[in-house]
Design a protein around this ligand. Structure first.
Ligand SMILES: [Zn+2]
Length: 323
């Protein structure tokens, strides 16, 4: 019970009880409650600022762990970037150079993505920068891999073409060295065996006994194996593709037919002296895009340096051809 308070009434000359008004009491209680709420609210707010709840502690640990994992991922990306850069360097400076393809510029390999901001949904968080940066790097890495993969596809095609070209090009001697009596005459101005006049000799003459095997000098298709070309006698023409045709003249016998596919080194016929020929020999020509060129430049790989220099010496002598 609250204390009862009295006051002296000078009119009635007596003590009277002080009647506290009910409304006043209600207001007093309200203010008290409001103040209490406010006070506890401030206390809780301050406590929240400085004291962590177990749940907050757990979340914070999780966040730190996530950040650590992101940093580790970025380290792995460093390594992946270094490896890919090395592959790209080799691609540009070895493979693409070897196969005569233009190098792919760095800007194209490492280009980011322009236009709309792809990372907008990652903005507005405490660690946005870390997440956006990592995403950007990964996107560029992925793009680099696609560019690299396309480049390798291109190189595979070029390598296949180059291999075809290398096996097609007439690149060996049509008569083997053991069977060769001597390199009789080369490409250039020579005196004609019949008229003795100086004229252009468009091929190389290899003297060898009648019946000596003649080999295809590169992969190709036999376009002619007949005696219908004036002067050449029985002769063979092989189309090697890429603009190359080889011609073998004054044959004794054929070993192939028209439209037959041949590989480098296949036996195609035998040395003879048919047509405009003075003695058994093989007259050999190479055409590139319809023009006859010096076959001496095509024996790389099939002769030793010594054999080649001997061949070169003989071929450059301005003697009489066998035609
Ligand atoms: Zn000749």
């Amino acid at each position: 019970m609250s204390k009862v308070k009295y006051y002296y009434d000078s009119e009635s000359l007596s003590y009277r009880k002080i009647e506290r008004k009910k409304r006043k009491t209600f207001a007093f209680i309200s203010i008290f409650l409001l103040a209490s709420f406010l006070f506890s609210f401030i206390i809780i707010f301050i406590a929240n600022l400085y004291i962590e709840s177990p749940k907050e502690k757990a979340l914070k640990r999780e966040l730190q762990n996530a950040q650590l994992q992101f940093e580790l991922l970025n380290k792995k990306m460093d390594e992946a970037e270094a490896v890919l850069t090395n592959v790209a360097d080799r691609d540009n400076n070895i493979y693409r150079v070897y196969f005569e393809a233009n190098p792919i510029p760095d800007e194209q390999r490492k280009a980011g993505f322009g236009g709309i901001n792809r990372y907008k949904n990652l903005e507005g968080f405490d660690n946005s920068e870390l997440i956006i940066e990592s995403n950007k790097r990964l996107d560029i890495l992925q793009k680099q891999i696609v560019v690299q993969s396309k480049s390798l596809d291109e190189i595979t095609v070029l390598a296949e073409e180059k291999e075809k070209l290398l096996t097609a090009i007439p690149a060996i001697q049509p008569v083997s060295n053991e069977d060769l009596t001597r390199m009789a005459s080369g490409y250039g101005m020579r005196s004609d065996p019949f008229t003795k006049a100086r004229k252009m000799h468009w091929g190389m003459d290899f003297t060898a006994p009648r019946g000596t095997p003649i080999y295809a000098t590169g992969d190709g298709v036999v376009k002619r194996a007949d005696a219908g070309s004036s002067g050449y006698g029985k002769h063979i023409r092989i189309d090697h593709g890429f603009g190359y045709v080889s011609l073998y003249a004054h044959l004794y016998k054929y070993k192939v037919k028209k439209n037959q596919k041949v590989k480098r080194g296949d036996l195609i016929g035998f040395v003879g002296s048919t047509g405009r020929s003075e003695a058994p020999h093989l007259h050999y020509e190479i055409f590139k895009d319809g023009t006859r060129i010096n076959p001496i430049n095509f024996y790389y790989g099939s002769l030793t340096a010594e054999e080649f220099s001997k061949l070169l010496e003989h071929a450059s002598l301005e003697n009489q051809s066998l035609d």
